[in-house]
Structure formats: structure tokens, C-alpha cells
Design a protein around this ligand. Sequence first.
Ligand code: ZN
Ligand code: ZN
Length: 775
Amino acid sequence: MQNLLLRRVPLPRPRIRLVPNPHSAAPRRNFHISTTRASMDPKPVASTSQPATTALDAPHAAPVADKPKQQQQKKAKVAAAEAAHPLELQPKPEFFEHRIKMYDQLKAEYEEFVKAQPREEITVTLPDGAERKGTSWETSPMDIAREISKGLADKVVIAKVDGHLWDLERPLEKSAKLELLDFDHPEGKRVFWHSSAHVLGEAAERHYGCHLCLGPPTDEGFFYEMATDRPVQPGDYPALEKLSDMAIKDKQKFERLVVSKENLLKMFNYNKYKQYLIQSKIPDGESTTVYRCGPMIDLCVGPHIPHTGRIKAMMVSKSSASYFLGDQANDTLQRIYGISFPDKKQLSEHKAFLAEAAKRDHRKIGKEQELFFFHDLSPGSCFFLPHGTRIYNTLVELMRSEYFKRGYQEVISPNMYNAKLWETSGHWANYKDDMFALNIEKENWALKPMNCPGHCLIFDSRDRSYRELPIRMAEFGIIHRNEASGALSGLTRVRRFVQDDTHIFCMPSQVEDEMAGLFDFMQHVYGIFGFDFHLELSTRPEKFLGEVETWNAAEEQLKQALEKYYPNKWELNPGDGAFYGPKIDITIRDALKRSYQCATIQLDFQLPQRFNLKYRGSDEKKDEAGKTDEATVNRPIIIHRAILGSIERFVAIATEHFAGKWPFWLSPRQVLVIPVANPYKDYASQVAERLSAQGLFADVDNGDNTLQKKIRNGEIAQYNFILVVGETELETQSVNVRNRDDVGTKARSATIPLAEITEKLVKLKEARSLKNQLD
Ligand SMILES: [Zn+2]
Ligand SMILES: [Zn+2]
């Protein structure tokens, strides 16, 4: 009965992961252009944002005055779109009736089949070991949930029967183990969002008469992809939401029906995409399932929530153009994204989260604080302005100071190489499309997409002895990757970036110690930013290079290291390693609890082989001619590792994590000195100079604004400390301190001698404290 051969086609999931994993040759994402709802509605703007641009007198800031006008125009467009298209097509496309007719007939036949199945007593075992009795082909997981409690029955989203997801209302066929999952369970959430995609699909069919393709859940909701006569516009969202609400109010049941391939082809004869999926995914003579909710019947393996009424809140979030199966050679489709919840409150919370995320958007803060910008003449390559460069350099300095303490050696290697290098490394065969290739003197060259091959040349530049190992070779090398122009996004998806990249060349026996060192390094760095993190070990994939024994030994060392430093705090991701070695992925969580993968630790057995890297071991044997016996040649292992990952992307993450309120050590604007009146301008300048001489970023505002206005501007610009100076301060060689993060100091007059505050500020910078506090 379980010929569920049609699996959901894996689609490139919209990820929060911003730049491909530093070292992996990730496949190119399919290109799509987004129209977000945020671009429609007036964006929630930080109360400080507008004055900030004026206060900073930003030449790169957008002209603020035009905004309300644009919004008005957009609102008018929405209204026009609504008027141009009715809520629902009249008459309905013929396929609605065609599908239902076939469905009803097949359903009747199927019910006969179910009726004919034997009714026997079965035992249902719950996770706590408790047992319940039932009848085969009658008792459903929902019956069991109701027996347990009404509260549970209302809350449960999906069942798991003997480890497989199973519709709550679908009768059990034999004795089984049963789990009941709610929305908070990751699998429950995916089923909930997947089911919501059907509701959105129903709304889209009713609104556009479109032909649906695929509607999977994502990490942040779901989307449905479809072929429509016209591009989806943000102005269509209210209609789609209204139709979804109608489906939800109807409490449409998700009904499951097994249908043969032959009948499926007839049922979906109007839709070439479904035809393609049926033909390519279901072997002849086999069958799969369709699900019906309300007027909508869709090809789907399921399972789903019991009925659409479980969705208490749903919104359409954005839409984009895409290609069928992600292939540019195929038809252009429309993708509509949405999110839904079993509780209205959760949607409000989600909206608040979106508003907060928009407020912290690094592109917005980058403009307001004049940190960086992009130019059409070099898309995906950032221009860091002086204040952004301060942040950038401070991050590099942080890593560099740690390198010094931790036995790393920094190198500088070329940016472009003859293609022969990429042939050796394997990039030319596997990664060529993601590289910028050049033709120089009739030969192929390319800009480096990673530093590793160059570091192999450095390792191989002379004889190496085991005594030198491990060699921890670090480089802040400039890397270029050919991302599609449409996929570029702020600092998070760029073409040009720098990693805090290191390759550790070590003996196999040193892997565990190196891991320990890397964990300590990582923990130290993430601790400075206040990031939580999470570790995952990915092991040997089905397709791998090298010897199984080498893999097993390395995986064992990684496991031991993880268990020693993070007992029970890491997860195993079997079969997800790179083809050249196992890896540990580290995901950090920011202040908004969003996850990003920054650090990665990857073991590599292949590159040393490709570059024929060797070291002389203690057991080296030479023949009579003085040549080393090949049997005693030792191959190092390479550990690729980055902690910040791409520094560009890390700047974006940090900007959003701190919401532009930089901790003192990382702040591009640490101190602003303001005189209360003209006679104290000289003293104000002296104070700023003294602080600058100590390596602090101190400015003085000797302009014509009033004192209050200057203070306000300094606050908006997020100076960590504002020092006000007047007669008393001049006489006593002191300053009056206002702390950005301590409102009390604005009312109090905390006067501190200049020598003392200088010392305290220098100490605060060195401490790299998250607290903006003078001790
Ligand atoms: Zn489905
Ligand atoms: Zn590497």
C-alpha cells in the first residue's frame, strides 16, 4: 500500500547562510529576484534613523525627503492592482471540476478497498511505553490523541508511526509505535508549513487560475511555485491572504488518496509541470498519493495537518521569479512565500521580529553610519568607507593578535593563478563556473576563490620535516567568487571578500590536539561578541575519496575532541561530510536568535595528495643513493578552518547583532568631545587629540550647532561616550562624561580628570568588553 515513491523534489532552500561555506565548492544557487513585502509597506524606521543621516551629513545616504512620496505611489499601485483583478476567477478554470470528478470516483473505489481490509485488534505503543488498544484500518492516531486528552488532540500537528510521519486521521494498519508531534517540534513545524503551502496553492489557483508546481516548507515558512499568466505583484498579496483565510475558515480536511500513475497523468493532464513530476518520479505501474483540501487536489506524498482550520494566522511575505526545477533553461515561474502559525500571537511576534530585523538591517545601518556602500560598476564588491574600515580592521586585528599568541604564521599569496594550479587542485573541473577566469598571454588564469591551493605551494616550497608540524598558515587573502548578479545582497552575498582563513598542515596524530586548540580559539572569539554556538560533525558521505580507514580514524579523533570539550553538546550529521574529508560546522546565534554558519573546520586528505605534499618523518629511510624510500614518505593532513568566515559577512552579522550600537573596542566612533561654548573649543580639541594619540577614535564637534543639538547628533551617531567640557573642566583639566548605554549619566554630572578617563578608555578598549562601562 505504501508506494509513496514521489518524494518532494529537493529545492534549493532559501538559507540564512549567506555566503557559501568558505571551503566547499557549493553548487550555484538558482537565480531569483525578490519582491518583498517590506519594500511595499513603509519600513519600520528606527526613531533615530532620519536625524542620523542628517546629523552625519551623509553624502552616501539616500535622500530621505523622497520617501513618503514613494510610499504614496506604492499604495496607489496596490489599490490599482486590487481593482484590476477580481478576488476569484469567474468562471473557475475547468481543471477544478475535472480533478474533483476523478477524485470522487477514485475515492469511492478506495473506500471499498478499505472496507474490505481485515479488522483486527492492534496495540499502539506510546513513547513512554504505555500501550493502547485499537482496531486495524479504523483507529487513527487522532483517536489515540483524543483518548489521552482533548488538549493534546487540539495541539498535535502530525503523528509518527514506526518512525514515519503519518496523517493524524489516517487509520493505523497494524500494531505500531506512535509519537504525536506538535508545532514546536521541527518535523511538526515542517508539516504545518507544508500544509499551509497547500492553502496558499489553493488561494493562488482561485486567484490566478495558475498551474502549480512545487510547494515545500522552508526554514522560515513555505513557498509555492507556479506558472501564472502575469507576474505576482505585492498588490496581489491581500487577495491571496483573503482567499487563504476563507479556506482556513472552511476547516477543509486534508484527505489522502492513493492513485495509480496512469490515473495521476489523467487527473493532472492540464498541468505540464505535474506531468513532468509524475513521469520522472513514479515508475510505471506504481502509484502515489494525492491530497484534497476543499476544491484543491494536489499531487503530494504528505502528510499534512488534519484540516486547514489548524492554521490560525498566515501571511504572504514575498514573491520572486524562479525557474522550474531551478534550471535557467526551463520555464520562468512565480514563487510566493508565506509563513503561518497555530496561534495568532505567534504571528504578531513574528511581525515584531521582522520589524526589529528591518531596523537592524546592516544595509540600512551601513548607510546611516556611513560604513560602506556598493556601486553598480562593481556589483558584489564592497566599498568600505573610513568608519566601516575601522570596524573591518579591528576584526582583523583581533584575529591577528590571537594568531600571535596561538602559534599561527601569516602569509601573503597571489590573487590570480594559471589554470594549471586549478587543474591540480580540482577546482577547474568542479568549480570553474564560480571563478572569474582571465585570459593572459593566451593562457587561462583565474582569480582565487579560496586560499588553499596557494598555501599548498608554500608548504611545498621546500623540504619539510615532522619537527616543523603543525604549520598553521594564516592569510587574510582576497577571494573572488562569481555569484550571479541577481543573487548578490548587501555584505551577505558578495563577489569579493576576505576570510580569516587558515590551513593547518599536521600529522594525523596531531588532529585531536589541533581540534582542541581550534575549539578554544573559537570559543574565545565568539565569547567576545556574546554569540552562542552549536556544533555539528558531518561524516563520510556516500561518494568519497581516499581510504575508509583514514576516514574512520579521523572521524574518531574529531568525535573524541568534541566529546571532550563539548560533552553531549554536539550533533552528528552522518554522511554529510565533504568528499575530501569529515568536517565540523559551527553555527552561531545572534541577538535575534538567528543562526548563521561562520566557522568551519574541515579535514582534508585529498589536497595533500593532489599537490603531493610530504614531510620527512622520524622513521625516514633512505636508499643507498640517498633517496628517500617512498614507503616512508609521510603525507600531512590539511585542516581548513575559518572562525569569522568571510569578514564582509561577519561585519553584516555584527552590525545586526549589535543593532549598530557597537561595543567600545569595535566602535568606529568611540568618543565625541563637545565644548559648552566657544571659549572652550581649544580645550575640546586638546582632549580629542590626547585620546586619539592613545589610539582611540575620538572626534570633536566645534561646529556652530547648539550644545543640545551637538549632543543629540552624537547620540544618534552612536558615540560610546560624549565628553562635555566647559569652564570647570578646563580649570580642573577634566571632562564631563555621558555614557551611551547609561541614561543616568546624562543627568548626573560625572566629572572625571582627563588623565583618569584616558586610562580608563584605553583599558576598556583592551578588555574588548561588551559593556560600555568605565571601571
Ligand atoms: Zn502536501
Ligand atoms: Zn581552505
